[in-house]
Design a protein around this ligand. Structure first.
Ligand code: ADP
Ligand code: MG
Length: 403
């Protein structure tokens, strides 16, 4: 796989970098504030090393899910400002992606300077399922540069113009962030050091079925929390009240439980649950209550794993040599339901071996709960991409770099 050095002398060359700068924002459309800049910080090293090599760096990225046309609230303008602060250098911002502003901004770059193009998803060609339409847009992007560096790990599972097609049009290389992510994922799948414990949570079982399926054959223990736990509890015949429940996945969960039992993989479900009568909306004060996982009252919903389960999960993690964690244990955004997630995060920091946090919300959780990122072996910037890799799928944005 070609790394940055394969591009040769970059002095004076225009290098298009696909980064993942899709950060959470809050506030009015014209007064957006970045609430977690983790992805911008993760993108800085590659951009900086290209700039230091004398390249004219043209960064392209998306933000949110605009529908193929400009929308003020999805503008990357606040990101350009933050990127500049983190780089310690001005970042020229183009108010379009491949139009007049992009062309003149790129033309104005000196060696070692950085520009950011406006949200690549303001263009219908970016995510088009029509190969020709995507290709046409990719050609316009490619026209802005002499080489392409793929560094947006969060999007490498997408067959999109700025991720996939553009790599076919320019000399290309893998950025350091993507290279690191892929290296870690290989260590989780090829020959993981044992014991290997996987912790899964988050909102939907259906998002994570493929991973459970694939990792059941690799991990020694699988701990399950978060919203997905209720489909497992229901699959065992328990009442789950008004908790998140995916009725159509009950049989699949039953099958996984049976397969785990056969293959000697331990699936650990929480024994106690923190419940409330309503989902926390910020209007009423939460009234958390701890109940047995087998006795969730009909008018309650589960919002976190309980304290006994948190201790069980931490104990199951102690002594692990490889850990992969994806998905918060509860609605960690609300203090009353964040303890389970905090306990798992804490246990990961104590792992002697490789501890990996995957998933956008999980990564945000460890930061908002005040953990030092360096306490973890690796915090992945790509939820969907790492899950698809762990499902055993090929990632188009990685595949296309392998020639
Ligand atoms: P990640 O982005 O790390 O992959 P997900 O997107 O799958 O994680 O899930 C994150 C969301 O799951 C969080 O917003 C959290 O509030 C929610 N969640 C966790 N536990 C529950 C629960 N018991 N009920 C409802 N939502 C939950
Ligand atoms: Mg998420």
């Amino acid at each position: 796989m070609s790394d940055l050095s394969s591009l040769g002398d970059l002095r004076g060359k225009r290098v298009l970098v696909r980064s993942d700068l899709n950060v959470p924002l809050e506030g009015d459309a014209d007064q957006q504030r970045i609430t977690d800049d983790g992805r911008i910080r993760a993108s800085v090293p590659t951009i900086r090393s290209l700039a230091e090599a004398g390249a004219r760096v043209v960064v392209t990225a998306h933000l949110g899910r605009p529908k193929g046309a400009p929308e003020q609230r999805y503008s990357l303008a606040p990101v350009a400002e933050r990127l500049g602060e983190l780089l310690g250098a001005d970042v020229a911002f183009a108010t379009d992606t491949v139009g007049e502003s992009a062309r003149s901004t790129v033309a104005g770059l000196e060696d070692g300077e950085v520009a950011l193009l406006e949200n690549v998803r303001f263009n219908a060609g970016e995510t088009s399922k029509d190969d020709a339409e995507r290709r046409e847009f990719a050609e316009r992007l490619a026209g802005l540069a002499d080489a392409f560096v793929s560094d947006g790990f969060g999007v490498v599972h997408r067959k999109q113009a700025s991720v996939y097609d553009v790599a076919q049009l320019l000399p290309h290389a893998m950025g350091d962030l993507v290279a690191t992510e892929i290296d870690v994922l290989r260590r989780l799948t090829d020959t993981p050091e044992r014991p290997y414990v996987v912790v899964l949570g988050g909102s939907k079982v259906s998002d994570k079925l493929g991973v459970i399926d694939n990792l059941l054959g690799k991990a020694d223990k699988l701990l399950i929390g978060g919203g997905m736990v209720f489909t497992f509890l229901a699959a065992q015949g328990h009442e789950v009240g008004t908790s998140l429940l995916e009725q159509d996945q009950l049989d699949t969960c039953r099958e996984y439980l049976a397969r785990a039992a056969e293959s000697g993989v331990e699936i650990l479900l929480p024994g106690d649950i923190v419940v409330d009568t309503t989902f926390p909306t910020g209007e009423a004060t939460p009234q958390p209550r701890v109940v047995a996982a087998t006795a969730i009252p009909a008018d309650c919903l589960g919002l976190d794993i309980g304290p006994a389960s948190a201790a069980d999960f931490a104990a199951a993690l102690s002594g692990a040599r490889t850990v992969f964690w994806n998905g918060p244990m509860g609605v960690f955004e609300v203090a009353e339901f964040s303890d389970g997630t905090r306990a798992v995060a804490q246990a990961l920091t104590e792992v002697e071996g490789l501890s990996v946090v995957g998933g956008g919300d999980s990564a945000a959780a460890v930061r908002t709960l005040g953990f030092d990122e360096s306490a973890f072996g690796h915090i992945s910037t790509g939820g969907g991409a790492s899950l698809e890799y762990l499902e055993g799928k090929t990632l188009p944005g990685i595949d296309v770099l392998e020639d």
